[in-house]
Design a protein around this ligand. Structure first.
Ligand code: HEC
Ligand code: HEC
Length: 349
């Protein structure tokens, strides 16, 4: 909208000027609408690489409730000082915003904590895909000496068995089990809670046909994202999370990120030479909020991360305008979880 400058004009001039201004505003609106429509048309046959994100309504509420308790419980670490939420804070989009995270004994891991939001839909868990599902994954940080440092499964199960609350919650979640408090059931419950943490955004409304769900700037950015080639790897429901790829395809990743520790990635798991420097393509859902970026948290600024991606993965030099466009689109992927999941549940343990 153009601002009206009144001072120094005669009454007549003001009248004519303001009607001109209205016309101008109408013209601008029409132009924007036309431009928006042009982007809709240009995008129409390119959106099939994506799929709208759908929340899961069929999950067993008793399992979700137990998982919610466990997720926030410090008893899951040896000295009872940290929970899953310490590194994957649900009040800050499932991350701690640190390059790497400190475990219970004060030691830092080598990798950045990815968000737990929407992790359940990934084809594999961790930067190197070494766990298949969120249920399998959930058992691992608890026993990891540089994370939660529980010495063995029995140690934790014996601890939880002393709690009246857990006796009740496990029984409700696993009514057919004679001895429901087991490590396997704990993994199932935490995983089920994570399956609740799905965050559809305005982008999904757009995919489903609501053309007003995205602004012109976001549509322009979406088109740039697609035509640049980002969608060869970042696609599907998660805009990523479905495949493994080398970082970097062109050159060495550390030349772009200035990382000092070199991580060989998935080769450590598969032992196949072709998997050297291969990582899971991360989901870009909530990417605006889950900084710093890359497997080692080496880049803080999203624009910088986008620039690096274009160069390292596609050998393209993006202009500042193109980078801004893509970031405008990426911000439309931001959506929060319901408040009820952000905090520990009320019941005293
Ligand atoms: C000390 C910090 C820390 C704690 C505590 C922690 N995590 Fe993590 N988590 C990480 C890091 C770091 C990674 C990435 C490690 C890797 O890929 O090698 C990770 C990876 C994950 C992933 C994989 C996500 C993806 O996109 O691949 C999930 C899911 C997850 N954690 C859930 C949990 C749950 C559930 C708990 C509690 C039982 C937990 N984490 C406890 C730091 C932590
Ligand atoms: C050839 C596959 C490929 C292409 C093409 C690609 N990416 Fe990526 N992207 C990856 C991989 C793999 C990673 C993880 C790299 C790492 O940290 O080890 C990643 C990471 C990212 C990250 C950081 C995510 C996080 O959670 O830290 C962003 C942002 C990103 N990509 C955006 C883009 C954009 C924008 C484009 C297009 C300009 C693009 N990518 C093109 C494979 C690709």
């Amino acid at each position: 909208m153009k601002k009206l400058v009144i001072s120094g004009f005669s009454a007549l001039l003001i009248a004519s000027c303001s009607s001109e201004n209205k016309e101008q505003t109408n013209n601008n609106q029409n132009n924007t609408e036309q431009e928006s429509k042009r982007y809709d048309d240009a995008l129409a046959d390119k959106l099939s690489v994506f799929e709208p994100l759908e929340p899961k309504d069929t999950l067993n509420p008793a399992l979700v409730k137990l998982g919610h308790h466990l997720y926030f419980d410090n008893q899951l670490s040896r000295k009872q000082t940290m929970s899953c939420n310490t590194c994957h804070n649900l009040s800050t989009f499932g991350v701690d915003n640190n390059p790497t995270s400190k475990g219970e004994e004060g030691k830092f891991g080598d990798r950045n904590s990815p968000t737990v939001l929407n992790a359940a839909i990934h084809s594999a868990q961790f930067w190197d895909g070494r766990a298949a599902t969120v249920e399998e994954q959930a058992g691992m940080p608890i026993l990891n000496p540089i994370e939660m440092n529980i010495p063995n499964e029995k140690f934790l199960i014996d601890r939880l068995k002393k709690s009246e609350t857990y006796k009740k919650l496990f029984k409700e979640a696993f009514p057919n089990d004679k001895d429901p408090i087991t490590y396997n059931n704990l993994k199932k419950a935490i995983g089920t809670f994570e399956r609740k943490l799905i965050t559809p955004s305005r982008f999904d409304d757009y995919l489903k046909g609501n053309k007003n769900a995205l602004s012109v700037e976001e549509k322009k950015g979406l088109l740039t994202f697609i035509t640049t080639g980002c969608t060869t790897c970042h696609n599907g429901q998660g805009i990523g999370g479905q495949m493994f790829q080398k970082f970097a395809v062109y050159g060495n990743y550390w030349d772009y990120t200035k990382s000092t520790k070199i991580d060989s990635g998935r080769v450590k798991i598969t032992k196949m030479p072709g998997d050297k420097f291969v990582f899971k393509v991360p989901s870009l859902r909530n990417i605006e909020k889950t900084y710093p970026y890359f497997h080692d948290g080496s880049i803080k600024d999203l624009k910088e991360a986008v620039k690096i991606m274009a160069k390292a993965q596609l050998n393209k030099d993006l202009s500042d305008e193109e980078v801004t466009d893509i970031v405008n689109f990426l911000k439309s992927l931001t959506a929060d979880i319901p408040d009820e999941y952000k905090k520990a549940p009320e019941v005293k343990l």
